[in-house]
Design a protein around this ligand. Structure first.
Ligand code: NAD
Length: 501
């Protein structure tokens, strides 16, 4: 392993990366059963900066056993709700105390600017744990007045209990490594579930550091187990007969594999999948807001957002002004390593992702699209791609239909307001959408007709732990965050008492 050279990395982060990392099973950090490990790459340089254990099926079996034992006999599930709250809140406090460190870890591992990681990924993760810390004391059942027509004269008391679903497998992607872990762990901890978490192989580092804080917070051993590695441990979790539920965030393609793998024991499933979100700019929009807003919608996190506003529909009268404005913003974005304070956009997460995005750009340009700005990979080293605005695109082009997951927006004009909804909804996805207009009635009418789990009006990428997030159509099943997510981590038990017994 070459030692970490990332400019600006603090001593604790350097020391953390210079360690060889292991799996968290129960209270122990252990090597993979195979002894194998894989290289962690800094995407800004392409250099190996750490090593993580390459978990396999046997490791998943060990982790599930630890999670099962912690669920059935550990103190976790039967802790007083206020005590579970206190421990989750303590984890949030520890994360806050180490916020700078986590921002650096995300920056080196994923490529995103440290400043952005601090303000969004880390801040939202802290908020997620705090929001979820409020729930253990509020997971109430109901009393239900029942009639039982075939038992005249009988008297019953019926009530419902909300119980944890059990052992949960959580498989997450690389675009917001810490935040995706927080979105998943928060509700599992709040409801009393136990967990086997598998971070993405491109970005295992922040989850491993979080694992250390989870133990430090006093969350009992076995409640959270962490198995690093690629598709093999992911598939083993999805198929495992003793996992009660899988919560997956990633591509629609892998989501479908997980549905098949989960059929063996009919485990519960929630899926947060891909997107190709429409962003609609009407001619009456405040363009001083809409132009930077449309640029932010696609270029935030280098376009590596499942909800990125990647299809920009602009009313014809203002088309030229908006695309030129977005192209100008794109042209000014300063690319560089995430730890450089001047950097506004980092590299793609991996060489594979850089190749995928470049492939889409080549296909679009070959099919007749025109790049107003950008259009290719860039930089001598690292996995950089230029922020790109494509015009002259057709609805059937791959760049319009498929998720690129990079800093590439396709811009298309429409004439009348009623023309835009059918094209905006013409996608297999339904994760998010944007609307820009000064007409409040039109804004709400459009929001109501867009087939998407989140709609932003005169804003974009507004997230909060209290707001549910998830997809229509092939963008997923279920919701993350808000109180809706708790339904996915609990079973409802109906208890009936004979009052005359
Ligand atoms: P991916 O589906 O390739 O990988 C996601 C995770 O699944 C990784 O941990 C990976 O190791 C694991 N995995 C891979 N093959 C598996 C298998 N056969 N069985 C079980 N697990 C397996 O996705 P990615 O490329 O890492 O992430 C990008 C995708 O994630 C994009 O499509 C994006 O839209 C989506 N995403 C969605 C959301 C959301 O909330 N809807 C958020 C972030 C990313």
């Amino acid at each position: 392993m070459s030692s970490l050279t990332g400019k600006g990395a603090s001593a604790p982060v350097q020391a953390f990366f210079n360690r060889r990392h292991r799996l968290l099973i129960g209270q122990d950090w252990v090597d993979a059963a195979s002894g194998a490990s894989f290289a962690v790459i800094d995407p800004a340089t392409g250099e190996t900066v750490s090593q993580a254990a390459d978990g396999g099926e046997e490791d998943v079996n060990r982790a599930v056993r630890a999670a099962r034992a912690a669920f059935e006999s550990g103190p976790w599930r039967d802790l007083k709700p206020s005590e579970r709250s206190r421990l989750i809140w303590k984890l949030a406090d520890l994360l806050e105390a180490h916020a700078e460190e986590f921002a650096e870890i995300e920056s080196l591992d994923n490529g995103k600017p440290k400043r952005v990681a601090l303000a969004s990924d880390v801040a939202l993760s802290i908020e997620m744990f705090r929001y979820m810390a409020g729930w253990p004391t509020k997971l109430e059942g109901t009393t239900v007045p029942i009639s039982v027509p075939y038992m005249p004269g009988s008297r019953f008391l019926s009530y419902t209990l909300r119980e944890p679903v059990g052992v949960v497998g959580q498989i997450i992607p690389w675009n917001f490594p810490l935040l995706m872990a927080a979105w998943k762990l928060g509700p599992a901890l709040a409801t009393g579930c136990t967990v086997v978490l598998k971070p993405a192989e491109q970005t295992p580092m922040s989850a491993l550091r979080l694992g250390e804080l989870i133990l430090e917070a006093g969350i009992p051993p076995g409640v959270v187990n962490i198995v690093t590695g690629g598709p093999v441990p992911g598939a083993a979790i999805a198929a495992h007969p003793d996992v009660d539920k899988v919560a997956f965030t990633g591509s629609t393609e892998v989501g479908k594999l997980i549905v098949k793998a989960a059929a063996g024991n009919l485990k519960k499933l929630t899926l947060e999948l891909g997107g190709k979100s429409p962003n609609v700019v009407y001619a009456d929009a405040d363009l001083d807001l809409a132009i930077p807003g449309a640029a932010h919608a696609i270029f935030f996190n280098h376009g590596q957002c499942c909800n990125a506003g990647s299809r920009l529909y602009i009313q014809e009268k203002v088309f030229d002004r908006v695309v030129e404005g977005v192209a100008e913003v794109a042209g000014r974005i300063r690319l560089g390593p995430g730890l450089d304070p001047q950097t506004q956009m980092g590299p793609m997460v991996s060489q594979e992702q850089q190749n995928t995005v470049s492939g889409y750009l080549e296909s679009g340009l070959a099919a007749g699209a025109r790049a107003l700005v950008g259009g290719k990979r860039c930089g001598e080293r690292g996995y950089f791609v230029e922020p790109t605005v494509l015009v002259d695109v057709q609805p059937d082009m791959k760049v319009v239909r498929e998720e690129i997951f990079g800093p590439v927006v396709t811009a298309m004009p429409f004439r009348e307001p009623e023309e835009v909804l059918p094209v905006a909804n013409d996608t297999i996805y339904g994760l998010a959408a944007g609307v820009w207009t000064r007409d409040i009635g039109k804004a709400h009418r459009t929001a109501a007709r867009l087939r998407a789990g989140s709609v932003w009006i005169n804003c974009y990428h507004v997230f909060d732990a209290a707001l549910p997030f998830g997809g229509y159509k092939q963008s997923g099943w279920g919701r993350e965050m808000g109180h809706d997510v708790l339904n996915n981590y609990t079973e409802v038990k109906a208890v009936t008492v004979n009052l005359d017994a």
